[in-house]
Design a protein around this ligand. Sequence first.
Ligand SMILES: *[C@@H]1O[C@H](CO)[C@@H](O)[C@H](O)[C@H]1NC(C)=O
Ligand SMILES: *[C@@H]1O[C@H](CO)[C@@H](O)[C@H](O)[C@H]1NC(C)=O
Ligand SMILES: *[C@@H]1O[C@H](CO)[C@@H](O)[C@H](O)[C@H]1NC(C)=O
Ligand SMILES: *[C@@H]1O[C@H](CO)[C@@H](O)[C@H](O)[C@H]1NC(C)=O
Ligand SMILES: *[C@@H]1O[C@H](CO)[C@@H](O)[C@H](O)[C@H]1NC(C)=O
Ligand SMILES: *[C@@H]1O[C@H](CO)[C@@H](O)[C@H](O)[C@H]1NC(C)=O
Ligand SMILES: *[C@@H]1O[C@H](CO)[C@@H](O)[C@H](O)[C@H]1NC(C)=O
Ligand SMILES: *[C@@H]1O[C@H](CO)[C@@H](O)[C@H](O)[C@H]1NC(C)=O
Ligand SMILES: *[C@@H]1O[C@H](CO)[C@@H](O)[C@H](O)[C@H]1NC(C)=O
Ligand SMILES: *[C@@H]1O[C@H](CO)[C@@H](O)[C@H](O)[C@H]1NC(C)=O
Ligand SMILES: *[C@@H]1O[C@H](CO)[C@@H](O)[C@H](O)[C@H]1NC(C)=O
Ligand SMILES: *[C@@H]1O[C@H](CO)[C@@H](O)[C@H](O)[C@H]1NC(C)=O
Length: 645
Amino acid sequence: MGFCKFSMYNFLYLVIVVLFGVFGEQNSQLMNDKVALLSFMSEIVSDPGNVLENWNSSDVHVCNWARVSCNNASDSVTELILNVAWLSGTISPSLANLSSLTVLDLSMNFFEGPIPKELGFLTQLKQLSLSWNFLEGKIPYHLGFLHKMEFLDLGSNKLQGEIPESLFCNGSLSLQYIDLSNNSLSGEIPFKSECGLKDLGSLLLWSNRLVGHIPRALSNSTQLIWLDLESNMLTGELPSEIIREMPKLQVLFLSYNDFVSHGGNNNLEPFFASLGNCSDLLELKLAGNNLGGKIPPIIGDLSNNLVQLHLDENLIYGLIPPHISNLVNLTLINLSSNILNGSILPNLCQMEKLERVYLSNNSLSGEIPPALGNIPHLGLLDLSRNKLSGSIPNSFANLPQLRRLMLYQNQLLGTIPPSLGQCVNLEILDLSHNKLSGVIPSEVAGLRSLKLYLNLSSNHLYGPLPLELSKMDMVLAIDLSNNNLSGTIPTQLKSCIALESLNLSRNFLEGPLPFSIGQLPYLQALDVYSNQLIRDISQSLQMSSTLKHVNFSFNKISGKVSSEGAFSLLTIDSFLGNDGLCGSIEGMPKCSNRHSHLTLILSVLLSLFSILILCIFGYYLVQRSRIQSQLEIFDGGDLDLKHPR
Ligand SMILES: *[C@@H]1O[C@H](CO)[C@@H](O)[C@H](O)[C@H]1NC(C)=O
Ligand SMILES: *[C@@H]1O[C@H](CO)[C@@H](O)[C@H](O)[C@H]1NC(C)=O
Ligand SMILES: *[C@@H]1O[C@H](CO)[C@@H](O)[C@H](O)[C@H]1NC(C)=O
Ligand SMILES: *[C@@H]1O[C@H](CO)[C@@H](O)[C@H](O)[C@H]1NC(C)=O
Ligand SMILES: *[C@@H]1O[C@H](CO)[C@@H](O)[C@H](O)[C@H]1NC(C)=O
Ligand SMILES: *[C@@H]1O[C@H](CO)[C@@H](O)[C@H](O)[C@H]1NC(C)=O
Ligand SMILES: *[C@@H]1O[C@H](CO)[C@@H](O)[C@H](O)[C@H]1NC(C)=O
Ligand SMILES: *[C@@H]1O[C@H](CO)[C@@H](O)[C@H](O)[C@H]1NC(C)=O
Ligand SMILES: *[C@@H]1O[C@H](CO)[C@@H](O)[C@H](O)[C@H]1NC(C)=O
Ligand SMILES: *[C@@H]1O[C@H](CO)[C@@H](O)[C@H](O)[C@H]1NC(C)=O
Ligand SMILES: *[C@@H]1O[C@H](CO)[C@@H](O)[C@H](O)[C@H]1NC(C)=O
Ligand SMILES: *[C@@H]1O[C@H](CO)[C@@H](O)[C@H](O)[C@H]1NC(C)=O
């Protein structure tokens, strides 16, 4: 309805404007432009921000309409910049009549439907931005007629089909920026060597379904600065011949494709060598390609400016070469999920700007070098899933900015250094699945900063749960399972008010489960499987509105359990191996044929009471018969009057 009214209004207005225009305005080009703009407006179904409010006011000159710019000399509309305007509707082909248009920017709106092929008539267009809409269908090959186009951004739409060959060839050879990323485009990248895009600075085709090799003709684009082909299905050898021609490259993203290295996926050296002249290179991403080979020593010859290096999820093997520490500007290095072996070199600490180091899921062995504690800005260290041995160095205490420390699934020995308690910004501490022994240091248990989780599971830790754990009032999960911890569960854990998951299973904890645990306001999972807890299950747990997963199995818990409240979804599996439990959970023995102490006492009292009554009654009978016999002896004639029956 709203749409109809709107269109009708605009139609009438159009007629008026046309009539008025014929007599009122001299310039016919501007008149044409005005009609084209109004016709464009008529296909907009909603303008919640009233961005186009002054477009239908006859007092306002078209060149003063919002988001419209004119060339004063030639009296024509040259720019239409309607980005982030909350507009929805379709893009009218009438825009093609804005014959002097140089900039058309409709990005970040809710436009749907196809890209009108008529836009190919906008021969003066230099910038076409339609990104972040819901545009569908194919990219019209007519856009290839835009010979002056420099900037083309169609990213983050729902475009499909192949990229028309004309776009990168017949059309503009002056293109500097091409962004077709985050669509569903298929087929090959249609670069032809007879039409090199010499001025191209950015080519962004990430997140599409492109196949085939990177076209050789791309090497004609020697000015390229930013090349992002991530997340496609591209194949072939890493493009060393092409990259060699691009000395200005700053950002090269080839992750998540199916590239191989040279020599039958065995040799990374030619590719790293081709980057040798890219002295401005800032970020290099090759992750998720199954690339084989060793990290070549010439990696140390990459640009000094390199800040990010992502080689994760490949088949890279052998040692991490010491030369890598030449990359002194590196802030992030990700070598996770490869087959690297050997030890972690202490000279990594020469890369003083490192903030995030990911080496997880390799076969690294040897000790963790204490020198890692000398990397001043280190915020994340992930050495998990390796074969590291030795103890955790004390030097991590020197890292005030450390926020995430992941050392799980290694073979680390010794105790947890109390000095870790000095890492006052730590949010995640995961030391699980190692061979750590000793007690949990109170300094570490008292790390108030832990926001996400503390995981010390599957080690050889013993001793009591430190009361300091109660200082972790932001932590979401605590996992201390599968250790040798003993003593009772402190009621003070109730102070960990953000806690969603508490796992204390497979320890030797004793005593009752504190009432206060059930009062934790966000607790969803509680696992105390295989401990020596006694008494009954706290009513507070049953009343919890958040609790979903509970495991009480294999303890010495007794008493009655009902399937109400938080327990209504639980099965007998949560209660196995506790001989003293009965109740209404399916599969659990019923409590009816057992006597509680109270009923026993009550029935004893009742029997005693009945005996007492009997005795009194008996005594009375005996007394009466004695009086009767006395009366019969002394006053037999009056007896029936005094005791009528
Ligand atoms: C045009 O003007 C009418 C009334 O002045 C208004 O209701 C309508 O929303 C306007 N259209 C646009 C696109 O601003
Ligand atoms: C065009 O003219 C308008 C006033 O009519 C003025 O505000 C604007 O700055 C001029 N633009 C150019 C590019 O000269
Ligand atoms: C351009 O304008 C002419 C009249 O000026 C009209 O006939 C034609 O349909 C318009 N083109 C488009 C694509 O709207
Ligand atoms: C890709 O586009 C979709 C909309 O089609 C958007 O929701 C998403 O955030 C975009 N992804 C990125 C990484 O920009
Ligand atoms: C390129 O344009 C020429 C004419 O200029 C035409 O013959 C040819 O078919 C076009 N090629 C593509 C791929 O559009
Ligand atoms: C592109 O490069 C190839 C060699 O790689 C060359 O033969 C061709 O002429 C170049 N094309 C243009 C348009 O420069
Ligand atoms: C780097 O540039 C120099 C001089 O321009 C050239 O001799 C050398 O071959 C280039 N190296 C690579 C790997 O392209
Ligand atoms: C590190 O990068 C900065 C700019 O980001 C640059 O000024 C500096 O020279 C680089 N350091 C080295 C050793 O190249
Ligand atoms: C590092 O690599 C791992 C494994 O591929 C991945 O899960 C993680 O997201 C990566 N981190 C960064 C910051 O790239
Ligand atoms: C570890 O790396 C292998 C490949 O080396 C990969 O298949 C596996 O998914 C990775 N595991 C994790 C947990 O990232
Ligand atoms: C690393 O693995 C290779 C096989 O990929 C093996 O030859 C070499 O001995 C290993 N080195 C170490 C230090 O384990
Ligand atoms: C703790 O680590 C164990 C084993 O590494 C893992 O299974 C568990 O999910 C982790 N718990 C949390 C809360 O991260």
